[in-house]
Design a protein around this ligand. Structure first.
Ligand code: V47
Length: 375
């Protein structure tokens, strides 16, 4: 470390990290602003190795995006359209059945369902959707609906979060994805997604899910008008909830992609910023088991680099079933990776690829094939 010419503040924070002492928000800012990128990568990978050794996880998954019609008008979103737009879609339950039926006999273990908050659909519609996916593919885990979609549908049904989430769980919703978190700090949230649920609402849905034994993921949308302090404030709120419940599986930093939305003039942050975001997240979120580098958002090259900055998961095969990032200008216009592609990418970065299920259990293919042919 001597040859790195570190400031006394950075040396102090590095000593804390190496002593496995929790770092404060101020410490995280010092690392972000003053530490060399290579040092952040080394620290993040050291911590990643303590949690998942040489392993980097992936899964075999598809997304279902039932609609892009949304009552909210998030300024960063390239995906939502007015109901009357020729680019809007709203799948019937039969259409969802047709989509997932195409995967019977394929080897996927997860269906990830997220979409716009459609004004005409209600909790009962989404319960039917979860049920039908489990009917067609009983052996997959349904990871469904952002906290924003959930808050809206449950409120509209006049139920408490506990009641609504319990009904969805009984229907087969086994996990909740991390979307909708954006940036928690109200001064930024009110500018980029003024009419969306607040940080407190997002956190309340995840807290309740954790109480009910439903594991969830978490995200941040970074790289627009927020400062480093806002990013760290966001991480801090997640770390506090994780201290309370222990229910988060993964943290997923989502880089703002700038095509086709009303913040396009901002452009995008550098890859250096992406790598710092990953490394500081891994260091700060000492109570999170997994940090995911979501490959359809970063592209494959940055995803490979991300593995040297503390990520231990790259998401899955996807099979060209999500439009959120292609519509926002991501390199991957038809996001799809074979298992061989994924394993090659992970090995190229010096790690050992392991297929996981939604709950981070390694998948034993021979068992899976036997179960699957029983259906
Ligand atoms: O909440 C929308 C983001 C999220 C843009 O839990 C954008 O495993 C960047 O949360 N640029 C939804 N980001 C996607 C999501 C997710 C994805 C993959 C895996 C998981 C998981 C969760 O997408 C939204 C928003 O933060 N988003 N538009 C954009 N222009």
């Amino acid at each position: 470390m001597e040859e790195l010419n570190l400031t006394p503040d950075v040396k102090r924070v590095v000593a804390k990290v190496r002593g496995r002492e929790r770092i404060s928000r101020e410490d995280a800012e010092i690392l972000w602003m003053q530490a060399p990128l290579a040092l952040l990568g080394m620290l993040a990978v050291e911590l990643k190795r303590e949690k998942s050794g040489e392993v980097v996880f992936y899964n075999r998954n598809i997304h279902v995006e039932p609609t892009n019609v949304c009552v909210f008008n998030c300024r960063f979103c390239s995906y939502h359209k007015a109901a009357e737009s020729p680019m809007a879609w709203d799948y019937s339950l039969d259409k969802v059945r047709e989509i997932v039926s195409g995967y019977v006999g394929k080897e996927i273990t997860e269906v990830h369902i997220v979409g716009g908050v459609h004004p005409k659909h209600d909790l009962w519609h989404y319960i039917d959707m979860v049920r039908l996916v489990k009917e067609v593919l009983p052996y997959v885990a349904v990871k469904a609906f952002t906290a924003i979609e959930l808050g809206y549908m449950i409120r509209k049904a006049g139920l408490t979060l506990e009641e609504g989430l319990s009904l969805l769980k009984d229907a087969g919703m086994e996990a909740i994805p991390g979307g909708g978190a954006e940036i928690f700090a109200p001064d930024i949230r009110s500018q980029i997604c003024p009419d969306k649920g607040t940080a407190e609402e997002w956190l309340a849905v995840h807290r309740e899910a954790h109480k009910l034994g439903i594991p969830t993921n978490s995200t941040i949308l970074y790289g627009h008008i927020e400062s480093v302090a806002h990013r760290i404030d966001h991480l801090d709120r997640l770390r506090k909830l994780q201290d309370e419940t222990g229910g988060f599986n993964a943290f997923i930093p989502l880089k703002y992609r700038s095509a086709g939305n009303s913040m396009s003039h901002l452009g995008e942050v550098s890859i250096t910023e992406d790598l710092k975001m990953l490394a500081v997240s891994r260091i700060f979120l000492d109570n999170f088991p997994h940090v995911k580098a979501y490959w359809p958002m970063y592209g494959k090259t940055v995803t490979e680099l991300a593995l040297s900055f503390g990520a231990d998961d790259i998401d899955g095969t996807i099979d060209d079933t999500t439009k959120i990032y292609s519509m926002a200008g991501a390199e991957e216009q038809k996001p799809s990776m074979t298992v061989a592609d994924i394993e090659k990418l992970v090995r190229a970065a010096g790690f050992e690829p392991v297929e996981r299920d939604t709950f981070y259990n390694p998948v034993k293919r021979s068992n899976f094939t036997r179960n699957e042919t029983k259906q």
